[in-house]
Design a protein around this ligand. Structure first.
Ligand SMILES: Cc1ncc(COP(=O)(O)O)c(C=O)c1O
Length: 308
């Protein structure tokens, strides 16, 4: 299927095809068990944003699941470039790049064979176009009954190919009339949305759930924390009990593809909706603007990373 000015393509272990034709083995452990790790970045003016940080986080996810990645970073980047060339991406076109590394293909056995070689899949497509209302007004987040995986069971720091916990969260949120979930950990502490980190203004402080609460270490989140500190208003990483959401006056979510996206309505644990400033309050707007400026700076300073 042609979408936009280039073709969506996939690369499975070096074999490049249109996305819809890409195939993996049914014995691939990523398919069978979600035994895989993945990352997503997007480009701005052809420059992959936070490319090295995404590779570093993938290495950390692989380390946490005791998986050896057989392909080097340079090899993977080279495969991404080959895929982008095959997709005939115009130099001016920004793209979404997702890559999975699975523990490999082997016997139908939970215990991985010792000689497995990891497989990779690269998916290259257009950058998601979010509902414009998510920016002009803001998203609706609902606190769900589905809890985030506890750190001790399956650390949310592992960006794995198994997103069932997040899928259950967002499915419940949609049933509740929201766009996304706001998951609590088993102790009732706020963690994150299904695929983004969250920030709040509570009692005039900009706060975000601490790593200990059980959240993925978001790369956008980390950048926003650095930028906020530079701009003189620090972000407090802390434990946020669900009851504190009743005092939230602003909220936004962050991710590589959403950047900083305002939240206009929060469904609290008791079912009441808390309305927040449409389009984001002053702190949210300032952060979103600072992130956009930072992206421009990053692109200027990292032009050598350009994929094409
Ligand atoms: C569960 C989860 N939390 C947070 C994020 C945001 O991370 P990043 O800013 O690195 O895109 C993601 C992104 O995929 C995610 O899946």
């Amino acid at each position: 299927m042609h979408v936009g000015p280039f073709r969506r393509m996939a690369n499975v272990n070096g074999e490049i095809t249109p996305l819809e034709d890409a195939r993996i083995s049914v014995l691939d452990r990523g398919f069978l068990y979600g035994d895989s790790v993945y990352e997503v970045f997007r480009t701005y003016s052809g420059v992959p944003m936070f490319c090295h940080e995404h590779f570093d986080r993938m290495d950390n996810s692989a380390r946490l699941i005791h998986m050896t990645i057989s392909q080097s970073r340079e090899e993977m980047l080279d495969q991404m470039r080959r895929t982008a060339r095959a997709a005939e991406v115009p130099a001016s076109q920004d793209i979404y790049v997702r890559w999975h590394v699975t523990r490999g293909t082997g016997a139908l056995d939970l215990v991985p064979a010792r000689d497995l070689r990891s497989s990779f899949v690269i998916i290259l497509k257009e950058v998601p176009s979010w509902n414009p209302e998510f920016y002009s007004r803001g998203m609706r987040l609902a606190v769900t009954r589905v809890r985030r995986n506890p750190v001790e069971a399956l650390s949310p720091d592992i960006k794995s190919g198994n997103y069932l916990n997040n899928i259950l969260g967002v499915a419940e949120a949609i049933e509740l009339g929201a766009d996304d979930c706001l998951m609590l950990n088993p102790s009732g502490i706020v963690t994150e949305a299904s695929n983004s980190n969250v920030f709040f203004v509570i009692d005039d402080r900009l706060v975000t759930p601490s790593a200990k609460s059980g959240v993925l270490r978001g790369i956008t989140k980390a950048a926003i924390q650095r930028l906020s500190a530079e701009a003189g208003f620090s972000v407090h990483e802390t434990s946020i009990p669900a009851s504190h959401l009743e005092r939230a006056t602003e909220c936004f979510v962050t991710s590589a593809t959403r950047e900083a996206m305002p939240v206009a309505s929060l469904r609290l644990e008791n079912g009441a909706w808390r309305e927040l400033p449409p389009g984001g309050g002053p702190v949210t707007r300032r952060v979103a603007q600072a992130y956009k400026q930072y992206v421009d700076r990053y692109v200027r300073e990292n032009s050598l990373l350009r994929l094409l």
